[in-house]
Design a protein around this ligand. Structure first.
Ligand code: CTP
Ligand code: MG
Length: 226
């Protein structure tokens, strides 16, 4: 089977401190957004990409892939969850949907394949994730340690995240109506009492967030297995 992936790319990249949204910065010869979109479409189980952009975005139109027939452009919203909902509302008649951050250009195809395989055997879907490595501290507002959290069963949530379309759309709409703060798709499903599976993925699937991440992403892109 082949799937559609929604790529939220309507953020401003505040933490990157650059002169444009981070998805339009160039690494290894192309913008981060081009790396992300082309890498997704190169996977045999991806047939269509919905890229969610700021309504006033005038960078995307100048990219060589802007007119590709496998890409649909949709206007995003103020929060990431609003952007994902805009993408979901533009879809119909599909059972499952993937959501993947524009800012994660280094996703490995084997990890994506594994996610697709595991999630389809589950009722509510699954996400890529990786285990926490450092010792985890809980602190108070004065940055004083109050507690050392056990690392057992503690994971970083990555993307892609893969869910039945109707379930994800309903959960995100309900969370929006209840003004629950949702930072990834899984949290909407969790909030709606669904059980989301974790699929262990590579730590190289970083979300390019701060200036130093650019060099790291470039390294991973250049050293990717063929
Ligand atoms: N995103 C989006 N719509 C928003 C906010 C974020 O589509 N209203 C997208 C971003 O473009 C990014 C992904 O969601 O691809 C993950 O968000 P994040 O890494 O936080 O990106 P930004 O919000 O752009 O960065 P920052 O938080 O530093 O401003
Ligand atoms: Mg953000």
């Amino acid at each position: 089977p082949q799937y559609t992936v929604i790529v939220p790319a309507a953020g401003i990249g505040q933490r990157m401190l650059a002169d444009r949204p981070k998805q339009y910065l160039t690494i290894a010869g192309k913008t981060i957004l081009e790396h992300t979109l082309e890498n997704l479409y190169a996977h045999p189980q991806i047939k269509h990409v919905i890229v969610v952009l700021n309504a006033k975005d005038d960078y995307f139109a100048s990219l060589p892939l802007a007119s590709k027939s496998w890409i649909t452009r949709v206007d995003g919203g103020n929060e990431r969850a609003d952007s994902v909902l805009a993408g979901l509302d533009s879809m119909n008649n599909e059972k499952w949907v993937l959501v993947h951050d524009a800012a994660r250009p280094c996703l490995d195809h084997d990890d994506l394949s594994k996610l697709l395989l595991v999630a389809q055997r589950s009722a509510y879907g699954a996400i890529l994730a990786c285990r926490v490595r450092d010792t985890m501290k809980r602190a108070n507002d004065l940055q004083e340690i109050t507690h050392t959290e056990s690392r057992d069963n503690l994971w970083h949530a990555l993307t892609p995240q893969f869910f039945p379309l109707v379930q994800l759309r309903d959960a995100l709409h309900k969370a929006a109506r209840s003004q629950v703060k949702i930072t990834d798709e899984a949290s909407a499903i969790e909030w709606a009492q669904g059980t989301v599976h974790l699929v262990e993925g590579r730590g190289s699937n970083i979300k390019v967030t701060q200036p130093e991440d650019l060099q790291l992403a470039e390294f991973y892109l250049q050293h990717k297995a063929a």
